[in-house]
Design a protein around this ligand. Structure first.
Ligand SMILES: [Zn+2]
Length: 341
């Protein structure tokens, strides 16, 4: 079975929010999308596991009706991040070697070889970090190896894109001074800089600072689905130029041409985004970034055990077995190793 590395899931956040014993992840959480038994069944070798504080709930039923603001405070975000990271370490410690917190390229290689499921801890929204960045080394020591600069809300570091369709991702100002400092410090420390959820001006700031590689952990193509969450062709080319990667998100409202939040979405819709990103950014700059446990998945990909169906669909679309290996894990391995140098 082809090993798969996934650029984004919300499994840890769901465990944290539900107050589940961490060990439940090891034995199975059937009501969710990701757990260890189904990760094994689907060939998931590892992924970026999000550490995230949700915004307060809003009235809207659809993803497109959610409030634009929903800012969260530093202390609240830090407390949830510590708790979530604690859960990850606890479940790895009790897994008898079946789960590993991955912090370097050798760890990625162990996971792709089938030795363990690799959790790469990834902040989604930098609010847990203080704007003085005094705690950044502490988060690094706790295992954080990727920082999503913003979620879809304003923060002290920048401005996330509100969920809009159809609309341009050019929705507001660029990174704040603290955000620019954060990008520089992450690059110095060897933490991947993730631009998912960032607006166009913030993306341009990251590119201007010379971040290489640029990581877009869970996005799709604006040319095929004009959501604010997606990357324009110019942005895809910039990701390619930086030797970076876009992990193609599976979430229905970000891949369907009509933007509807419906599971009745054929796999071919997702394959078209992989194809477009490969054409525009380059085959070496495309991976997967599911958003399992965080969004509406196409029915055929309703959980992690079904990942092989997507690889079959890519082969059926004409991707060579070598291309599929790069998309499934090779590109993520190369990009993360470069970011962590
Ligand atoms: Zn997200």
């Amino acid at each position: 079975m082809t090993a798969i590395f996934d650029g984004h899931n919300d499994a840890l956040g769901e465990l944290q929010e539900a107050g589940d014993p961490p060990e439940r992840f090891l034995t199975g959480v059937p009501e969710r999308d990701v757990d260890l038994p189904r990760a094994r069944a689907g060939g998931l070798a590892g992924g970026l596991f999000a550490v995230h504080l949700k915004s307060p709930p809003t009235e809207g039923e659809s993803v497109w009706e959610r409030a634009d603001d929903g800012a969260v405070g530093h202390e609240a975000a830090a407390a949830v991040a510590i708790s979530t990271i604690g859960i990850a370490h606890a479940l790895a410690a009790s897994s008898d070697g079946a789960v590993e917190i991955v912090t370097d390229a050798a760890g990625l290689d162990r996971c792709v070889a089938g030795e363990a499921l690799g959790i790469v801890l990834s902040l989604e929204g930098a609010e847990p970090i203080d704007t003085g960045l005094t705690a950044l080394d502490g988060w690094y020591a706790a295992g954080i190896r990727s920082v999503g600069l913003v979620w879809s809300r304003p923060s002290a570091f920048g401005y996330g894109v509100p969920f809009r369709f159809p609309a341009s991702p050019d929705t507001g100002p660029g990174l704040t001074d603290a955000g620019l400092d954060l990008v520089r410090r992450c690059a110095d420390l060897g933490i991947a800089v993730d631009i998912s959820h960032l607006n166009a001006a913030g993306f341009a700031d990251v590119a201007r600072l010379g971040v290489a590689p640029i990581v877009a952990s869970h996005n799709a193509c604006h040319a095929l689905c004009p959501s604010t969450r997606n990357l324009t062709d110019d942005q895809l080319r910039e990701v390619g130029r930086s030797e970076g990667i876009v992990g193609i998100v599976f979430a229905a409202p970000f891949i369907r041409p009509d933007g509807r939040d419906e599971p009745d979405t054929p796999l071919s819709t997702l394959v078209a985004h992989v194809r477009h990103a490969a054409d525009v950014a380059g085959i070496d700059h495309v991976g997967l970034g599911s958003d399992f446990d965080g969004a509406t998945m196409p029915t055929e990909l309703s959980d992690v055990a079904r990942l092989p169906r997507l690889l079959d669909a890519l082969r059926d679309d004409g991707f060579s077995s070598d291309d599929v290996e790069r998309i499934a894990w090779g590109n993520w391995r190369r990009v993360l190793a470069a970011a962590w140098r």
